[in-house]
Design a protein around this ligand. Sequence first.
Ligand SMILES: NC(=O)c1ccc[n+]([C@@H]2O[C@H](COP(=O)([O-])OP(=O)(O)OC[C@H]3O[C@@H](n4cnc5c(N)ncnc54)[C@H](O)[C@@H]3O)[C@@H](O)[C@H]2O)c1
Length: 432
Amino acid sequence: MNDEFPDLDLSLKHHAAARRELLRRIAGGAAASAVLAGLPWFSPLKAQPAGKSPSDRVRIGLIGTGSRGQVLLEHLLKTPAVEIAGLCDVYAPSLDAAQRKVGKKVPYYRDYRALLDDKTIDAVVIATPLHLHAPMCLSAFAAGKSVYCEKSLALTIEECKAVAMAADQSPQVFQIGHQRLFHRSALHALSQVKAGDLGPITQIRAYWHRNIDWRRPVPSPDLEPLINWRLYRQFSAGLMTELASHHLHVANWFLDAPPVACVGYGSINYWKDGREVFDNVNVIYKYPNGVSFVYDSLSSNRFHGLEVQIMGPKGTLELETSRFYREIPPPAPGIVQLINQIEKGIFERVPIGGPSWVPDLKKDTKGIALPEDPGHDDGTGLSLAAFASAVRLKEKMPYMVEHAYRSGVAALMGVQAMEEGREVLWPGDYRS
Ligand SMILES: NC(=O)c1ccc[n+]([C@@H]2O[C@H](COP(=O)([O-])OP(=O)(O)OC[C@H]3O[C@@H](n4cnc5c(N)ncnc54)[C@H](O)[C@@H]3O)[C@@H](O)[C@H]2O)c1
């Protein structure tokens, strides 16, 4: 127990248990290093420096104090080792709301370069529209700051490469806002995969469906691009970078590889309101060993909600609802099937059938719950605590650049496949 960071230790206790369980089950060797490669939070979080003065805090500047920026701010304000040292936004109402959350006067800026000029700021958290991620990350590294950048990494594949290279070469810490890396049930799911509970992963299926136009009210027409940036291609790549990037990140992480290629279709088939990004997307990614990641996202029907399903011959893991489903055992002998089918009235609903035939309808089982974090944190709180800790220790987060690059690029491959109507191949490592 570390007296200086009681809150952090509380959450770490749970993660330490997950880690022990994970390592017990995979017991060393190549599998263990593969898992550890996917758990970059181990390194900075395991080594909290004891006995440092409470004033020895990480001074963080938040750039982009809109919707996500304010969620991050709430977590940062609860992180003991952090001091909010500056706020930046070009939109006064966002900046005012963030100032109120902090509750005391902190320097605020309209131009992020002025915040970067403050030599007393150690690190920046970037939560701005996608097209600004690359220029802001590059300027921050050049100014000697550590960087926590919200997903997705950048608007173009070239920018993803440039930011990944800069992050790799910088002595500062870099972290991407893929909070599932720090989500306890995701870690537990990973341990189940590595322990062979699914058999080999044969497919990952993910979807994110909503029935909303994604528009925000705009006080005056000139603010449309600033407020509804997600709908315009100059600032955003739409559903793939805003939503799919999270599940692509899970796929890359659990399969321990980026996709080899992808194909897809997208269109605007419902919200014909001047937007430039697709309102529905369907993309299939091919991973090594013929494993597929099948993705779709709708903006006009929310029947299925969101989920990422990791499937193998022995079971299915659902990460959004945190459940594990064993495959249903083989069919019962013919006579038992016949009795069951008569009792369930199968013959009245299905035109063919018999004891030797089992309808492949969805199995209605509850599955087994995976352990969740206390307070149902989705991983964001621990993710920021890990970042602050890494900055404080001056210790880079292993494999974080790969996580950011692979998911950012995979999302943009999907966009390219749909926009250009062709198969898109993985463009290679950022160093190539
Ligand atoms: N990890 C997650 O689960 C998660 C969830 C939501 C959003 N996000 C990501 O967070 C980022 C922000 O999304 P959001 O929903 O908060 O958008 P938002 O529009 O609510 O907020 C963006 C803010 O950036 C400000 N901004 C725009 N240009 C700026 C500039 N030049 N300098 C400083 N500030 C500027 C805007 O005024 C706005 O306040 C996006 O990249 C998004 O994908 C991540």
